[in-house]
Design a protein around this ligand. Structure first.
Ligand SMILES: C[S@@+](CC[C@H](N)C(=O)[O-])C[C@H]1O[C@@H](n2cnc3c(N)ncnc32)[C@H](O)[C@@H]1O
Length: 506
């Protein structure tokens, strides 16, 4: 069990560095002295004398959110009893992660100078938290969708109560009378009259009228496909373009499942928390919509509650041919969630021909090596990078060579290792260029050798050799990651946008 102090340090590390609360968590005592309405919810711990609130009291958590939005963000905000109450620090992390995605150079930004960033919040809820934070913190524009009357009414109220940003946010009603059913469900003979089949990308889908037949509903629930109102396709207008979409989906399949965390009281009605098939079905639908809408969005993103679903969704993204996938982890208190982002925009940063991923020997140059470092330092770093994930490494410091044997799991672990500079934050552990994304990780071990050669002073050549014919794609990705890692560690930053050596050689 980690100590309380260590847990706090871990939590702080998981908060995005630009999050207002990363260094200064909310001070309940100070807030209670400024806001009398918050005071009744604050008590002082008999153990350490610190001010606390009862997280299982819905009124306390809602009042905390209200005062934080007012005090730290200048926002007027409220939700009716029982509606999902967001925690402000936690929701801010998602906003800052998107900010990182938008500012990264992985895919090009085609916005004209001065154009505001435009996002689409899927299922904004009564709380409308993401548009409120995105608009007030960063001046972003939003279309914010929802299906329920209460969400639409209160989201609108929360926008109009904040005239300084109300121009930036449009609340958009999703037509609840239309239900999407996967075409394969209809092929089972459960279709109805007057249905119109719409091609929503790889998976054809059908929009049908308001009341799905009970046998159809049953079938969808059994098959765990999405079966509900449109999400993006059919809601986004023709010609509309967005920089990103975001979504905190209904995570659960049942309300019982939703009520499993007795430690907090965030509210949440069945419409907000539950959908047949749970988050997997909901986000899979977003993936299918993205296949149709492709470059209408620069980044598609969603929050995910279960790591097992993250893996399944990444596989689906691989199948539909996205160009890039990013994930991150959001940890706050007892809760751990994941962020998944993908795009269909061709990447600008690394253009990899498929032949490059079929080679069993690769190399790159390390130029501008800082004076205190030599080939042996680089070799040791190669060893620590590749072997930190448990791979077996044999270093030969006379020939400046390392032999590495890594299992499938160890390869995945290497690929998931954070390279701090990909974004400004250390929270982007997974990056695969999926268009070239070799899905060829064999069950047999990967056997490779890395050698370091001295060139002119300040320049080293790193060569990699794969001892087998299969798994060249994984070898390529690992080598690419190694290049990134070593350049960050040893090389002075380049002044021009010079391509990397592996890029030039390809
Ligand atoms: C978990 S809540 C998220 C609310 C808010 N974004 C937040 O983070 O607290 C999910 C929301 O999605 C809405 N929703 C469900 N299906 C939808 C659809 N097809 N289109 C838009 N919103 C939908 C629900 O009404 C609910 O408000």
């Amino acid at each position: 069990m980690p100590s309380k102090k260590r847990k706090r340090v871990q939590e702080r590390a998981a908060i995005h560095p630009r999050n207002k609360y990363s260094e200064n968590p909310p001070d309940f005592g100070a807030l209670a002295s400024i806001y009398p309405s918050f005071k009744p919810y604050v008590f002082y711990s008999s153990r350490d004398g610190r001010p606390r609130i009862d997280w299982t009291d819905y009124n306390a958590t809602r009042e905390l959110t209200r005062v934080l939005l007012l005090h730290d963000h200048g926002l007027n905000w409220w939700i009716p009893d029982g509606q999902l109450c967001p925690t402000v620090p936690n929701r801010s992390n998602y906003i800052h992660w998107i900010e990182d995605l938008l500012s990264s150079d992985i895919i090009p930004d085609c916005r004209a100078d001065g154009d505001a960033v435009k996002g689409f919040d899927i299922g904004t809820g009564a709380n409308c938290i993401y548009p409120l934070l995105g608009a007030s913190l960063l001046g972003w524009r939003f279309v914010a969708s929802d299906v329920t009357d209460v969400a639409l009414e209160w989201a609108e109220r929360n926008v109009t109560s904040n005239p300084h940003i109300s121009e930036l946010i449009e609340i958009r009603k999703v037509d609840n009378a239309k239900t999407i059913v996967e075409e394969k469900d209809l092929h089972s003979g459960l279709g109805r009259d007057n249905e119109s089949i719409e091609d929503l990308g790889n998976t054809r889908a059908v929009m049908i009228g308001p009341e799905p037949s009970s046998s159809l509903e049953l079938q969808s629930m059994v098959e765990k496909n999405y079966h509900g109102p449109p999400i993006l396709a059919g809601v986004v207008k023709d010609e509309e373009k967005f920089d990103f979409c975001m979504c905190n989906p209904p995570f659960f399949e049942t309300m019982e499942e939703a009520g499993l965390n007795p430690k907090t009281a965030c509210g949440g009605t069945a419409q907000e928390m539950v959908c047949p098939g749970g988050e997997k079905a909901f986000i899979t639908r977003i993936v299918e919509d993205s296949v149709q809408l492709k470059q209408s969005f620069r980044w598609y993103t969603s929050m995910i509650g279960r790591k097992s679903n993250l893996k399944i969704l990444i596989s689906r993204l691989r199948e539909v041919g996205v160009t890039v996938v990013k994930t991150t982890e959001f940890v706050q208190g007892q809760t751990c969630r994941w962020g998944l982002a993908w795009s269909f925009v061709p990447p600008s940063r690394k253009i990899v021909s498929s032949s490059a991923t079929e080679k069993n020997n690769l190399s790159f140059m390390l130029e501008g090596i800082q004076r205190q470092y030599s080939a042996i330092h680089v070799l040791q770093s190669v060893e620590s990078f590749l072997c930190s994930c448990g791979a077996s490494c044999k270093i030969d410091s006379t020939s400046f060579k390392i032999d590495v044997i890594a299992s499938k799991d160890q390869c995945e672990s290497i690929l998931n290792t954070e390279t701090q500079n990909i974004f400004a934050t250390p929270s982007c552990p997974y990056e695969l260029g999926m268009s070239n994304g070799p899905n060829d990780l064999q069950s047999s071990d990967l056997h490779l050798s890395i050698s370091v050669f001295q060139q002119i002073p300040g320049t080293l050549l790193v060569k990699g050799f794969l001892h087998q014919k299969e798994s060249t794609g994984v070898f390529f990705l690992i080598f690419q990651k190694l290049e990134e890692f070593l350049k960050q560690k040893f090389c002075r930053p380049k002044t021009s946008a010079e391509p990397s050596c592996t890029e030039r050689k390809r």
